[in-house]
Design a protein around this ligand. Structure first.
Ligand code: SF4
Length: 348
């Protein structure tokens, strides 16, 4: 690791970054103009959605949620099933359940707490999200360290120790950027400026150092290490699991569904059954692939059509069933196979 206490002593000036931010910031639906107070509900909602998910995917979900639940109180009074249905397709479903739990807790408190330690006690709020809400909505003098900030800090201070082991060292180096008075005067803008620098200039593969406001202060740039940092330890390959799902449609194109138990993978979400729910003429509909955080999944799809669904079965119209992405892929494969079979029957 190259960083030493002496190399950290000359901090890149926050003012340069803030000036760059006022001219080059990303205009995102959950943001306010620099210097304006942000709504903690919107900051929190967007930050939970952005965990493990890119901005372009989050935007339509953020709009849908805000339209359905304009305030945290309205989200708190919704049913968890409705919240999960609106979340369907965004992935990492524990976030949806925690989002609802957190909204209930915040509504009981009468609003979002402004202290980082209290924010951290709320469901689904870890150190990063607490700092993001604290800095952006309440002007707390903290820097949330996401992947973008981690990369920028590793490069600014030329920290060559590999991630994930170097996480704490990099976070400590990043936190020192908040020692600058200009950063302390505008912690929300500074945090978002760091996010934007990482997302648009100090990007993972080919950082655009020539347009970077900190290029003359960056140790990675000075030492030719920019493209190689941060170093990441090799990840073990994901194990592969194999399973089956059953797509059962009726003549009105309703699909039979089950609700997963609240905890665990896809917890609380509507899914396709993993065993045949009825005796029927099941057709093979191919396989779909999906990658979860800890494993890759191959799902063999079987499909059948019946005249009438079992009476007690949960069902939803094929086009509007609120399903996780992997189940939507499987349902589409099942529908294609059944349509193909139906068309085959109609051919002369
Ligand atoms: Fe990143 Fe290059 Fe700026 Fe350094 S000079 S912070 S490597 S974009």
């Amino acid at each position: 690791m190259r960083a030493s206490s002496s190399s950290l002593s000359s901090l890149p000036p926050a003012r340069k970054l803030l000036n760059w931010y006022s001219g080059h910031r990303r205009h995102l639906p959950w943001r306010v103009e620099p210097g304006e107070p942000a709504d903690p509900y919107r900051v929190w909602l967007s930050e939970i959605m952005l965990q493990q998910t890119v901005v372009a995917t989050v935007k339509p979900y953020y709009a849908k949620f805000l339209a359905a639940y304009p305030t945290v109180q309205e989200l708190a009074t919704a049913s968890v099933e409705d919240v999960c249905a609106l979340w369907a397709g965004l992935g990492y479903y524990a976030r949806a359940r925690n989002l609802h739990k957190c909204a209930v807790a915040v509504a009981e408190l009468g609003g979002f707490p402004n202290r980082i330690e209290v924010l951290r006690t709320l469901p689904g709020i870890g150190p990063y999200t607490a700092n993001a809400v604290g800095a952006i909505a309440f002007g707390q003098k903290v820097l949330p360290v996401d992947g973008n900030v981690e990369r920028v800090a590793a490069r600014l201070f030329a920290i060559t120790a590999p991630l994930p082991g170097a996480k704490k060292t990099i976070a400590a180096a990043a936190a020192r950027l908040m020692e600058d008075e200009d950063a302390q005067a505008a912690p929300g803008d500074f945090a978002q400026a760091m996010f934007d620098l990482g997302a648009t200039v100090c990007v993972p593969k080919s950082p655009n150092c020539f347009i970077c406001p900190w290029s003359t202060h960056c140790q990675a740039k000075a030492t030719g290490l920019a493209t190689t940092l941060p170093v990441k330890a090799k990840k073990a390959e994901r194990p592969r699991r194999v399973g089956s799902v059953y797509v059962l449609l009726d003549r009105q194109d309703n699909v039979l569904l089950l609700r997963r138990p609240p905890r665990g993978l896809l917890g609380g979400m509507l899914v396709l059954p993993e065993v045949p729910p009825v005796k029927a003429r099941w057709r093979h509909a191919g396989a779909v692939e999906h990658v979860f955080t800890h494993f890759a999944l191959t799902l063999w799809v079987h499909a059948a059509r019946v005249d009438v669904m079992p009476e007690e079965a949960l069902r939803a119209p094929v086009g509007s069933a609120a399903l996780p992405s992997v189940m939507r892929k499987a349902l589409d494969a099942g529908c294609r196979a059944l349509n193909h079979a139906d068309n085959g029957k109609r051919s002369p």
